[in-house]
Design a protein around this ligand. Structure first.
Ligand SMILES: *Cc1c(COP(=O)(O)O)cnc(C)c1O
Length: 380
């Protein structure tokens, strides 16, 4: 998408390809009390709240670090020790939330579905019915492990009906797949700078219902990850508590402008959907098979089943594609051998088509003729 591009295209779940202007926005040094920096910080926070449909109800609390830092901060600040978090798990990111709870000694339970099956709102309703001790529910919008889209709208409706607090890990969907707090009520949505909003990595944030956050003083067991304290200090003096990632925020400020210029969530989501369609159609033409049927596939990252051809070797395939300028990602599934190709970041139709040309050349070079997965007897 940019003629200045010399790095490989990152067809991964992150870090992702960013635009030239996003990178160029970092060529300055700001003091933390710099008026210009304070204004950028404020505009970034306001814009994120607006993107989540949270104006007047929610506030944005940023935190230094990658997305997981913001997830950990949110769980630690919102879920009380006398509470209980029910996690809907269908991949590694749901499991990671359970791991965070275990570290923090937070009471939690999980409803687990296979990685190629969406989380189940009906099962959730039953669990809430039978579990009055459950105070909070957590769900992942797009489970990046497989690329599956979870029914967050239905999950939110169930939580609202049963009066439980909902926390959404929207990391790999926010900014490209609609999630509006006025239609899909949530108490916290967590995302980061470097996924669909195409900033550089280094910043996570939660968009939290203000009336909920107000009740969370003194709850976090961590100083650096205390979202309540981070929020209160930022409101009080417009300052971060600890050294702010100034360059990351400047880049994010530019990235949000580009997002808006592209037509916001609709425009960004449209480009990713085209990327995804081109990728899947092209890969199927070569004989590859996707893990997910099209109706469960989010336009974020696509899982392909490993070819049955004995000449297949992921590392060889990866290295040869890297040589040709494209970085893909290994699979993270337990249900099947796989690899993943992302369709997010600052790339479009041309890059997806070029990636397909590179993939075709690579499999020819490797002598692979069968790109489909091995068949079990019953469906051969
Ligand atoms: C990327 C991602 C995260 C955060 O991962 P980090 O490596 O900490 O940035 C969390 N949840 C989902 C669904 C993700 O895709």
């Amino acid at each position: 998408m940019t003629s200045e591009h010399r790095d490989p295209w990152l067809l991964t779940p992150g870090p992702l390809t960013t635009s030239y202007d996003v990178k160029a926005a970092m060529l300055r040094d700001w003091g933390s009390r710099d008026r210009e920096f304070i204004d950028m910080n404020r505009r970034v926070r306001e814009r994120l709240v607006a993107l989540a449909g949270g104006q007047g109800t929610h506030v944005c609390v940023p935190v230094q670090g990658s997305g997981t830092f913001a997830i950990e901060a949110t769980l630690g600040t919102l879920v009380p020790r006398q509470g209980k978090l029910l996690i809907l798990i269908n991949g590694a990111y749901g499991k990671r939330m359970a791991k965070i709870c275990a570290y923090h000694g937070l009471p939690h339970a999980a409803i687990e579905t296979p990685e190629d099956v969406p989380v189940d709102p009906v099962g959730l309703a039953e669990a809430l019915q039978e579990g009055p001790d459950i105070t909070h529910v957590a769900v992942v919008h797009c489970e990046t492990t497989s690329g599956i889209l979870n029914p967050v709208g239905e999950v939110a409706a169930v939580c609202a009906r049963h009066g439980r607090s909902l926390i959404v890990d929207a990391m790999s969907a926010f900014g490209a797949i609609e999630l509006d707090g006025r239609l899909t009520p949530f108490d916290a949505l967590v995302a980061s700078s470097n996924k669909c909003l195409e900033g550089v990595p280094g910043l996570g944030y939660a968009i939290v219902r203000e009336s909920v956050l107000e009740t969370c003083q003194g709850r976090s067991p961590s100083l650096t990850l205390d979202l309540y304290d981070q929020w209160r200090s930022m409101e009080a003096n417009a300052q971060w508590r600890f050294t702010p990632p100034t360059h990351v925020i400047a880049a994010f400020h530019q990235a949000l402008r580009e997002h808006e210029a592209e037509g916001g969530v609709r425009g960004r989501g449209g480009r990713y959907r085209r990327n995804c369609e081109i990728l899947i159609a092209g890969m199927r033409r070569l004989g590859f098979e996707t893990l997910l049927p099209d109706d469960l596939q989010a336009p974020i990252i696509v899982t392909f089943r490993t070819p049955s051809d004995p000449r297949w070797n992921f590392d060889t395939f990866y290295d040869a594609l890297r040589e040709r300028g494209f970085v893909i990602y290994p699979g993270k599934l337990t249900v099947a051998d796989s690899f993943r190709v992302g369709c997010i970041g600052h790339l479009g139709e041309q890059e997806m088509r070029d990636a397909l040309v590179a993939i075709e050349a690579t499999i020819a070079e490797m002598g692979i003729t069968r790109c489909g997965p091995a068949r079990v007897e019953s469906d051969a």
